[in-house]
Write a protein that binds this ligand. Structure first.
Ligand code: HEM
Length: 358
């Protein structure tokens, strides 16, 4: 990421994507029935990721973009079952897990979406690789894919498959997480109109200081964004495999076990936050100033924490401020309940939010 600093047009792509997002939120969400904004936010995060990965900025209605979005959405439809299948590998004999019969059983579940999306998604990325190799400048990689291609040439352990799998991982890590973080924010703001007004006033005043909105001029907005991520963190945690035998607080965990730690448990623990289930943006004021709190750990902790954290923070700020500057947000249907999901914390399906132009 450091090698791309200042070279990638990512800030410009984030701003353009924020404008497109506003256009679609108004087009689809201004009527009294409102909308589920997830798809619009998903398109927005996929577009920023394609800016980061390939330096491509799409129109959401572009045919190539729609294909890309479809592969990613299909992956997510089957992801829970893919994870459940992996859990069964912990308990069943290997010959069962590797049999055709067992594979056919899983293909009858929603995991089918995941499996069917893999070949065309990989092919799409191979096409990008071919395109970008033609103009690859080794001294000046312009995007994430180019840095991977350069690394792959100098390391025999890397093959094209590793490059493709890394890009797939970035698209999966970047899209659903940010889309749902934005959706939770829209829902929580709908319940707190006074917070929307306070944010809007702060953003207006900050624009007078500098037309390019600066985070340091928007402390209250940052409290709100952090508090919304704390209260409704999207990822509880991804499954991890234990690489060696370990004992934690008297519990022995053998090598190769699959484990799940809960990030939400840290962020909703009353020992860490007073009234943890309440939305209290001002909880982050320390001596009158904004202070980040590392216990808000939705990007996970440790060596494998989120590689896209700083990009995600930029996108979240840009999309959230654009949304509040342009709209009053109202909830028309649904509530703040959690959807049933194996390891993500997502809003339920039947939410409807109205975006009323200011
Ligand atoms: C609000 C948005 C986001 C949230 C809440 C989030 C959260 C997370 C979490 C919890 C992990 C798991 C870390 C672990 O295994 O312990 C993760 C990993 C990852 N994230 Fe994010 N993420 C976000 C945005 C992004 C973005 C924008 C990118 C792309 C540039 C990205 C790329 C990745 C990748 C590639 C991994 C896997 C890292 C690894 O396994 O080493 N994420 N993210």
């Amino acid at each position: 990421m450091k090698r791309l600093a200042g070279k990638n047009k990512i800030d410009e792509i984030i701003q353009k994507t924020a404008e497109k997002t506003i256009f679609y939120l108004e087009k689809l969400g201004s009527s009294p029935e409102g909308m589920d904004p997830r798809k619009v936010f998903m398109n927005a995060s996929i577009n920023v990721t394609s800016g980061f990965a390939f330096e491509k900025n799409y129109d959401f209605e572009d045919e190539e973009f729609q294909k890309l979005a479809e592969y990613i959405n299909e992956f997510f439809k089957g992801l829970t079952h893919k994870s459940l299948q992996q859990m069964t590998w912990n308990i069943l004999p290997r010959w069962i897990c590797e049999s055709d019969f067992y594979a056919k059983i899983w293909y009858k579940t929603p995991m089918k979406h995941f499996l069917d999306a893999v070949p065309p998604f990989h092919k799409f990325i191979y096409t990008m690789i071919k395109e970008q190799r033609k103009s690859l400048d080794h001294a000046n990689p312009r995007n994430y894919l180019e840095t991977l291609l350069i690394d792959a040439e100098s390391d025999p352990k890397w093959g094209y498959f590793t490059v493709v799998a890394t890009i797939v991982g970035v698209f999966l890590g970047a899209s659903d997480t940010l889309a749902n973080t934005m959706t939770w924010l829209a829902l929580v703001l709908a319940d707190h109109p006074e917070v929307q007004e306070k944010m809007n006033n702060e953003i207006k005043a900050a624009r007078e200081i500098d037309a390019d909105l600066k985070k340091e001029n928007c402390p209250f907005t940052r409290f709100v964004l952090l508090e919304s991520r704390r209260l409704n963190s999207v990822s509880d945690t991804l499954p991890h495999i234990v690489s060696e035998d370990i004992t934690v607080k008297g519990f022995h965990i053998p090598r190769n076990s699959q484990i799940f730690g809960s990030l939400a448990a840290v962020m909703r623990d009353p020992k860490n936050f007073d009234n943890p289930s309440k939305f209290i943006p001002d909880r982050f004021i320390k001596d009158g100033r904004f202070e980040n709190d590392p216990k808000v750990c939705g990007f996970s902790v440790g060596l494998r924490n989120c590689i896209g954290k700083s990009l995600a923070i930029e996108e979240y700020f840009a999309f959230a401020t654009a949304m509040v500057e342009n709209f009053r947000i109202k909830r028309v249907a649904g509530n703040m309940d959690l959807a049933k999901h194996a390891f993500l914390r997502l809003p339920i399906d039947d939410i409807r939010v109205q975006f009323l132009r200011r």
